[in-house]
Ligand binder design. Sequence first.
Ligand code: HAM
Length: 430
Amino acid sequence: MALTAIKGFNDILPGESGRWHYIEEAARRVFELNGFSEIRVPVMEKTELFCRSIGDATDIVEKEMYSFTDKGDNSITLRPEGTAGVMRAYIEHKLHALDPVAKLYYLGPMFRYERPQKGRYRQFHQIGAEITGVHDPLVDAQVLNMLTAFFREIGLDEPSLQINSLGCPECRPAYRAALCSFLEARTGDLCEDCRRRLSTNPLRALDCKVPGCIQATVGAPSVLEHLCTGCDDHFSAVRSYLDLTETPYSINSRMVRGLDYYTRTTFEMVTTLLGSQSAVAAGGRYDGLIQQLGGPAIPGIGFAMGVERIALLLGQREFASLPDLFIATMGAGERNAAFKLMHGLLKAGVRVEMDYEGKSLKSQMRRADKLKACFSVVIGGNEVASGSAAFKRMSDGIVTEAPLTVAGFEAVLAQGRGISPHHLSTPVSE
Ligand code: HAM
């Protein structure tokens, strides 16, 4: 039987990886501009870390984790998300002692045993950012502005930002009780999962996609009407900071998150273009998490974006790294000159390709076209003798005579700049 990848685990092929670089580079640029530094944490952690942070009664912990016992009899889990591991590292390395305010970002694969479909995979990739140490709602707005700036940076005006507040341990119990009594009066209309979760995680009923549950929760009490004064003031301040910076958002009081650590502000970047996988990025505040994991009482807020979903939104735009120059040769006699020129140009940071196999001139030119080289040059006996050649701009056939040297081609390239893109990960067509 042919060996294939595991279901829900994807290969990112060369034609696609340019789009991934484009996304990752934009995220690094925007996050670093905002003062974030990268943190790299392991892809596996002790299972207990996720049970204690994400919550035992969540879908992720209940049924989606890749957990196993290793040879030393330890229960290990492939990380289903990034926040828990980053906060574990923050506590373990006492980053808070250096400065409680840490701005951290991370990117990499996450693993959830979900039913794969478009935009939902078992190995998927997140780019996330977390800020610790600030209670002030200003930082919530900064995080949301940074997320908005990222989508602007990659040229997407979809998705749109939705925000909510989930309250705090002081006001949530009363909301939970109000929601429970509302749901208990409609138990018969709820799906089996929601009925089961009534006692453990009743808020999930608001997020359930089963038509009966959607119908049964119409008119359910709103979390925003049950916030304590502190949470209400915090949420108003977040909104006023977003208004101040003219950041577009809408309020979605039915938004609940699939992880238990959230307090106060929560948010999602949602799209209508990916069917039921509408969240392209999501996050919120987690003021109790660090303490819950054994660290000091330091608040935090952050988000993670799904790279596969962003790549889908970027659609068929091509992100390729194209050669600046294709060097063709008339025959074997010119291969040394061509190879030397290529070596010099590569050293100078110019992307260059040549024929490796002594193919006919026609087939070399076909390859130059296929690779979408910006310029081509044909080296024959005359060019070697005169030390000069005709560099052809492939987009319009315009020819520039220049010395057959690194400096010669760099001068040609300088003239052509802005006409044809030749930078890594530049979008070259819509
Ligand atoms: P999350 O909502 O579970 O939050 O995931 C964040 C994003 O990861 C989602 O909005 C989605 O784009 C992507 N994603 C999640 N599951 C899949 C999947 N199976 N396939 C493809 N993409 C997926 C978190 O993970 C939190 N750690 C976010 C956070 C950071 N909150 C605070 N800081």
